[in-house]
Design a protein around this ligand. Structure first.
Ligand code: FO1
Length: 325
């Protein structure tokens, strides 16, 4: 059994590699739901859907999220009414949110709905939301946040917005002062999360944003403790290569929140929970600084530009996890 902690696009790539090197049924993926949002009355779980669509081989290859070959008639129709269209929901993707929302309203848990959606797409690994309880990532922007509100949003005061408002509406191009996970303190891990971590041969922390993708999972009470307990068998993959995020704002967020935007900064964050950090060859010169943080540093080609490279990175991760120094 392998347990993996996952955000969206970067995680999905590594998971695509993992299913090529171990039987998919032997993998449990614990997915971030801090990005979840309600739009048009629909419950949207972006990271769960990105992982589902990617493992099903139907993700849009250009964006890394949403469905391939998608059409946008509903968004175009919504534009006519002046409805909210900054968060693009494709026509077929909408069906996922309609179904999820209806099932949740009927009283089904997010765990149950996630399993129904994943099995209808023939996804092999078990996908678990980190929690069935609502945990929402909220981002404090410096000053007015820049996003369309002009001076009325108040230049002198920080402004807290929901994650997708920061990430998509403001294209994560605004300075961040703080991040918090609303609801985390009273959330419980979803059924199976702690058991998966406890029983896994290797726990993999996927190359997702340490602050806003892995951070919410660790904020659910009991999860970080369970991983710390498995530190010797936990392998993290750096989402930062040569000081830059492969996708998204991880490098800027690290800097803005006082961390080093490098594999060394990632090592510092993960040192309490992982014993190994896999970094790209571009960062080979920093391996000794990673090791100075108390982790074993494995240098490997970590930019997954093809399914084959993702599979060989997955193999390296699992081999590292199974090898005692
Ligand atoms: N990301 C965007 O940059 N723009 C969008 O309009 C957008 C829509 C969207 C719809 C469904 C979905 O599952 C994901 C979507 N994403 C979009 C991606 C998402 O905001 C982020 O990738 C994650 O929340 C960060 O991991």
């Amino acid at each position: 059994m392998i347990a993996a902690l996952a955000g969206g696009v970067g995680a999905a790539r590594l998971l695509g590699g993992l299913v090529r090197v171990v039987p998919p049924r032997d993998i449990t993926v614990v997915v971030n739901t801090g990005d979840d949002t309600v739009l048009h009355g629909l419950h949207v779980s972006p990271d769960l859907d990105t992982v589902t669509y990617s493992l099903a081989g139907v993700v849009n290859p250009e964006t890394g999220w949403g469905l391939t070959g998608e059409t946008w008639a509903a968004m175009e129709a919504l534009e006519r009414y002046g409805g909210e269209t900054w968060f693009r929901l494709g026509d077929r993707d909408l069906a996922t949110h309609l179904y999820r929302t209806q099932r949740l309203r009927e009283g089904a848990t997010l765990t149950a709905v996630t399993s129904e959606v994943a099995s209808s797409w023939d996804v092999g690994p078990r996908l678990l939301p980190m929690s069935d309880d609502p945990v929402r990532t909220r981002v404090t922007l410096a000053e007015d946040g820049g996003g369309g509100g002009g001076s009325r949003e108040g230049r002198s005061e920080d402004k807290e917005v929901e994650f997708q408002d920061y990430f998509v509406r403001r294209r994560h191009s605004v300075e961040v002062r703080a991040v918090r996970f609303d609801g985390a303190e009273s959330a419980r891990p979803a059924p199976g999360v702690i058991e998966a971590i406890e029983s896994a041969a290797t726990v993999v922390v996927c190359p997702s944003n340490p602050i806003v993708s892995i951070g919410p999972i660790l904020a659910v009470p009991g999860v970080e403790e369970a991983i710390v307990h498995r530190r010797a068998d936990t392998v993290a993959v750096s989402p930062i290569v040569a000081g830059a995020a492969l996708k998204g704002p991880a490098d800027r967020l690290l800097t803005e929140l006082g961390h080093e935007a490098s594999v060394v900064g990632v090592a510092r964050l993960y040192a309490p929970l992982a014993s190994i950090l896999v970094v790209d060859e571009a960062d080979a010169a920093l391996a000794h600084r990673v090791e100075a943080e108390g982790l074993r540093c494995v240098v490997a080609p970590a930019v997954m530009s093809s399914p084959e490279l993702a599979a060989s990175l997955a193999e390296i991760v699992l081999t590292a996890g199974a090898t005692r120094p």
